[in-house]
Design a protein around this ligand. Structure first.
Ligand SMILES: [Zn+2]
Length: 240
Protein backbone atom coordinates (compact mmCIF):
# COMPACT_ATOMS: atom_id res chain seq x y z
CA UNK A 1 0.00 0.00 0.00
CA UNK A 2 1.68 3.22 -1.04
CA UNK A 3 1.44 6.14 1.27
CA UNK A 4 0.40 9.47 -0.08
CA UNK A 5 1.17 12.94 1.14
CA UNK A 6 -2.45 13.96 1.32
CA UNK A 7 -2.65 14.15 5.09
CA UNK A 8 -3.83 17.43 6.50
CA UNK A 9 -0.98 19.60 7.79
CA UNK A 10 -3.10 21.14 10.48
CA UNK A 11 -6.49 19.88 11.61
CA UNK A 12 -8.57 22.29 9.55
CA UNK A 13 -6.49 22.50 6.37
CA UNK A 14 -6.71 20.25 3.34
CA UNK A 15 -3.94 19.21 0.95
CA UNK A 16 -4.07 22.58 -0.82
CA UNK A 17 -3.80 24.35 2.52
CA UNK A 18 -7.22 25.89 2.09
CA UNK A 19 -8.96 26.57 5.39
CA UNK A 20 -12.01 24.34 5.84
CA UNK A 21 -14.87 26.07 7.56
CA UNK A 22 -16.81 24.21 10.25
CA UNK A 23 -19.76 24.04 7.84
CA UNK A 24 -17.62 22.28 5.22
CA UNK A 25 -16.29 19.90 7.86
CA UNK A 26 -19.87 18.92 8.76
CA UNK A 27 -20.77 18.64 5.07
CA UNK A 28 -17.88 16.31 4.28
CA UNK A 29 -18.89 14.16 7.24
CA UNK A 30 -22.63 14.05 6.78
CA UNK A 31 -22.43 13.52 3.03
CA UNK A 32 -19.58 11.06 3.41
CA UNK A 33 -17.39 12.64 0.78
CA UNK A 34 -14.11 10.88 0.15
CA UNK A 35 -11.16 13.00 -0.97
CA UNK A 36 -8.87 10.16 -2.11
CA UNK A 37 -8.96 6.57 -3.44
CA UNK A 38 -5.95 5.60 -1.35
CA UNK A 39 -6.29 5.89 2.39
CA UNK A 40 -4.76 9.32 3.07
CA UNK A 41 -1.63 8.56 5.09
CA UNK A 42 1.42 10.57 6.03
CA UNK A 43 4.83 9.31 4.91
CA UNK A 44 5.94 8.95 8.54
CA UNK A 45 2.85 6.93 9.53
CA UNK A 46 4.85 3.93 10.76
CA UNK A 47 7.94 5.58 12.21
CA UNK A 48 6.46 5.15 15.68
CA UNK A 49 6.16 1.64 17.15
CA UNK A 50 2.74 0.21 17.98
CA UNK A 51 3.47 0.30 21.70
CA UNK A 52 4.51 3.98 21.54
CA UNK A 53 1.34 4.77 19.58
CA UNK A 54 -0.78 3.03 22.22
CA UNK A 55 0.93 5.01 24.99
CA UNK A 56 0.42 8.33 23.12
CA UNK A 57 -3.24 7.67 22.25
CA UNK A 58 -3.89 6.60 25.83
CA UNK A 59 -2.66 10.03 27.06
CA UNK A 60 -4.84 11.87 24.54
CA UNK A 61 -7.87 9.79 25.39
CA UNK A 62 -7.36 10.58 29.07
CA UNK A 63 -7.56 14.27 28.09
CA UNK A 64 -10.81 13.74 26.17
CA UNK A 65 -12.35 12.02 29.18
CA UNK A 66 -11.04 14.76 31.50
CA UNK A 67 -12.48 17.50 29.29
CA UNK A 68 -15.86 15.77 29.41
CA UNK A 69 -15.63 15.70 33.17
CA UNK A 70 -15.52 11.92 33.58
CA UNK A 71 -13.99 10.66 36.80
CA UNK A 72 -11.11 8.46 35.64
CA UNK A 73 -10.52 7.33 39.21
CA UNK A 74 -13.75 5.34 38.97
CA UNK A 75 -13.00 1.61 38.71
CA UNK A 76 -15.11 1.24 35.59
CA UNK A 77 -13.36 4.08 33.72
CA UNK A 78 -9.81 3.59 34.94
CA UNK A 79 -8.72 1.27 32.17
CA UNK A 80 -10.68 2.91 29.38
CA UNK A 81 -7.93 5.12 27.85
CA UNK A 82 -5.63 2.11 27.55
CA UNK A 83 -8.41 -0.14 26.24
CA UNK A 84 -9.38 2.38 23.56
CA UNK A 85 -5.77 2.99 22.50
CA UNK A 86 -5.02 -0.73 22.25
CA UNK A 87 -8.26 -1.36 20.36
CA UNK A 88 -7.38 1.37 17.82
CA UNK A 89 -3.89 0.10 17.04
CA UNK A 90 -4.24 -3.66 17.51
CA UNK A 91 -7.82 -4.21 16.38
CA UNK A 92 -10.11 -1.80 14.57
CA UNK A 93 -7.38 0.22 12.77
CA UNK A 94 -4.74 -2.48 12.36
CA UNK A 95 -5.43 -2.56 8.62
CA UNK A 96 -3.69 0.81 8.23
CA UNK A 97 -0.37 -0.94 8.60
CA UNK A 98 0.74 -2.80 5.43
CA UNK A 99 2.71 -5.14 7.73
CA UNK A 100 -0.66 -6.56 8.82
CA UNK A 101 -1.78 -7.40 5.29
CA UNK A 102 -2.68 -11.10 5.01
CA UNK A 103 -0.31 -13.21 2.94
CA UNK A 104 -1.97 -14.24 -0.30
CA UNK A 105 -0.52 -17.43 -1.78
CA UNK A 106 -1.68 -18.16 -5.32
CA UNK A 107 -2.39 -21.70 -6.46
CA UNK A 108 -2.78 -23.21 -9.90
CA UNK A 109 -6.42 -23.65 -10.91
CA UNK A 110 -5.98 -27.43 -11.09
CA UNK A 111 -9.70 -28.18 -11.25
CA UNK A 112 -9.92 -26.18 -14.48
CA UNK A 113 -12.93 -24.44 -12.99
CA UNK A 114 -13.81 -21.69 -15.42
CA UNK A 115 -17.04 -20.22 -14.12
CA UNK A 116 -17.25 -17.37 -11.70
CA UNK A 117 -16.55 -18.03 -8.05
CA UNK A 118 -18.75 -16.07 -5.66
CA UNK A 119 -18.06 -15.63 -1.96
CA UNK A 120 -21.08 -13.92 -0.50
CA UNK A 121 -22.21 -12.55 2.87
CA UNK A 122 -18.73 -11.85 4.20
CA UNK A 123 -19.47 -9.99 7.45
CA UNK A 124 -17.23 -7.08 8.31
CA UNK A 125 -16.93 -4.25 10.78
CA UNK A 126 -15.33 -1.02 9.70
CA UNK A 127 -15.21 2.53 11.02
CA UNK A 128 -16.50 5.68 9.36
CA UNK A 129 -13.53 8.01 8.95
CA UNK A 130 -15.73 11.09 9.28
CA UNK A 131 -17.25 10.23 12.66
CA UNK A 132 -15.18 7.30 14.00
CA UNK A 133 -18.26 5.16 14.62
CA UNK A 134 -18.91 1.67 13.19
CA UNK A 135 -19.88 0.67 9.68
CA UNK A 136 -21.42 -2.82 9.77
CA UNK A 137 -21.84 -4.69 6.54
CA UNK A 138 -21.63 -7.63 4.21
CA UNK A 139 -19.28 -7.91 1.27
CA UNK A 140 -19.95 -10.10 -1.76
CA UNK A 141 -16.98 -10.93 -3.98
CA UNK A 142 -16.70 -12.68 -7.31
CA UNK A 143 -13.88 -13.51 -9.68
CA UNK A 144 -13.17 -15.61 -12.72
CA UNK A 145 -9.82 -17.35 -12.51
CA UNK A 146 -7.10 -16.42 -14.97
CA UNK A 147 -5.42 -19.73 -14.12
CA UNK A 148 -4.65 -18.84 -10.52
CA UNK A 149 -6.82 -19.19 -7.42
CA UNK A 150 -6.51 -18.24 -3.76
CA UNK A 151 -7.83 -19.92 -0.62
CA UNK A 152 -11.45 -18.98 0.09
CA UNK A 153 -10.69 -17.71 3.58
CA UNK A 154 -8.24 -15.24 2.03
CA UNK A 155 -11.18 -13.39 0.51
CA UNK A 156 -12.59 -12.88 4.03
CA UNK A 157 -9.16 -11.85 5.31
CA UNK A 158 -8.73 -9.28 2.55
CA UNK A 159 -12.12 -7.70 3.30
CA UNK A 160 -11.22 -7.62 6.98
CA UNK A 161 -7.82 -6.01 6.29
CA UNK A 162 -9.23 -3.09 4.31
CA UNK A 163 -12.21 -2.75 6.69
CA UNK A 164 -9.97 -2.30 9.69
CA UNK A 165 -9.17 1.29 8.84
CA UNK A 166 -10.98 4.56 9.12
CA UNK A 167 -13.01 4.21 5.91
CA UNK A 168 -15.62 5.48 3.51
CA UNK A 169 -17.62 2.71 1.86
CA UNK A 170 -16.75 3.70 -1.72
CA UNK A 171 -13.03 3.54 -0.98
CA UNK A 172 -13.36 0.23 0.87
CA UNK A 173 -15.14 -1.23 -2.17
CA UNK A 174 -12.51 0.01 -4.62
CA UNK A 175 -9.57 -1.00 -2.45
CA UNK A 176 -10.87 -4.57 -2.18
CA UNK A 177 -11.65 -4.71 -5.92
CA UNK A 178 -8.35 -3.33 -7.22
CA UNK A 179 -6.29 -5.37 -4.76
CA UNK A 180 -8.09 -8.58 -5.72
CA UNK A 181 -7.36 -7.81 -9.37
CA UNK A 182 -3.67 -7.51 -8.56
CA UNK A 183 -3.57 -10.63 -6.40
CA UNK A 184 -5.51 -12.82 -8.85
CA UNK A 185 -3.77 -11.37 -11.92
CA UNK A 186 -7.07 -10.67 -13.65
CA UNK A 187 -9.43 -7.76 -14.19
CA UNK A 188 -12.42 -10.09 -13.87
CA UNK A 189 -13.37 -9.18 -10.32
CA UNK A 190 -16.59 -7.85 -8.80
CA UNK A 191 -17.35 -6.52 -5.33
CA UNK A 192 -20.67 -5.46 -3.81
CA UNK A 193 -20.89 -4.04 -0.34
CA UNK A 194 -24.12 -3.48 1.57
CA UNK A 195 -23.54 -1.68 4.85
CA UNK A 196 -25.17 0.19 7.65
CA UNK A 197 -23.46 3.33 8.91
CA UNK A 198 -23.97 4.02 12.59
CA UNK A 199 -23.24 7.71 12.00
CA UNK A 200 -26.44 7.75 9.94
CA UNK A 201 -28.39 5.42 12.24
CA UNK A 202 -27.49 6.62 15.71
CA UNK A 203 -26.94 10.35 15.14
CA UNK A 204 -27.38 12.95 12.38
CA UNK A 205 -30.55 12.00 10.49
CA UNK A 206 -30.98 8.98 12.81
CA UNK A 207 -32.18 6.67 10.05
CA UNK A 208 -32.03 3.17 11.45
CA UNK A 209 -33.41 1.34 8.42
CA UNK A 210 -31.36 2.50 5.42
CA UNK A 211 -28.29 0.72 4.14
CA UNK A 212 -25.76 1.76 1.52
CA UNK A 213 -24.80 -0.36 -1.49
CA UNK A 214 -21.61 0.17 -3.47
CA UNK A 215 -20.19 -1.86 -6.34
CA UNK A 216 -16.97 -2.48 -8.21
CA UNK A 217 -17.10 -4.22 -11.59
CA UNK A 218 -13.89 -5.05 -13.44
CA UNK A 219 -13.20 -6.81 -16.75
CA UNK A 220 -16.03 -9.10 -17.92
CA UNK A 221 -18.15 -8.05 -14.96
CA UNK A 222 -18.75 -4.80 -16.81
CA UNK A 223 -20.90 -6.75 -19.29
CA UNK A 224 -24.61 -7.10 -18.48
CA UNK A 225 -24.39 -10.91 -18.75
CA UNK A 226 -21.77 -11.44 -16.08
CA UNK A 227 -23.09 -8.66 -13.89
CA UNK A 228 -26.56 -10.25 -13.91
CA UNK A 229 -25.21 -13.73 -13.27
CA UNK A 230 -23.36 -12.40 -10.21
CA UNK A 231 -26.42 -10.54 -8.94
CA UNK A 232 -28.57 -13.65 -9.45
CA UNK A 233 -26.25 -15.71 -7.20
CA UNK A 234 -26.54 -13.05 -4.53
CA UNK A 235 -30.33 -13.39 -4.48
CA UNK A 236 -30.16 -17.15 -3.83
CA UNK A 237 -31.05 -18.20 -0.32
CA UNK A 238 -29.98 -21.68 0.71
CA UNK A 239 -30.93 -23.41 3.95
CA UNK A 240 -27.93 -25.05 5.61
ZN1 LIG B 1 -19.90 8.97 9.17
Amino acid sequence: MKQKETMLNTPHKNALNIELSDIMIDEIGDNHISTSIDTPMRADAFDMSDSDKIKAIEKHFESIMDIMGLDRADDSLKGTPHRVAKMYIKEIFQGLNPANKPKMALFENKYKYQEMLVEKNISFYSTCEHHFVPIIGKAHLAYISSGKVIGLSKLNRLVEYFAKRPQVQERLTNQIGTDLQKILETNDVAVIIDAKHLCVASRGVEDDTSSTITAFYGGVFKTEDKKNEFLKYLSFTTEF
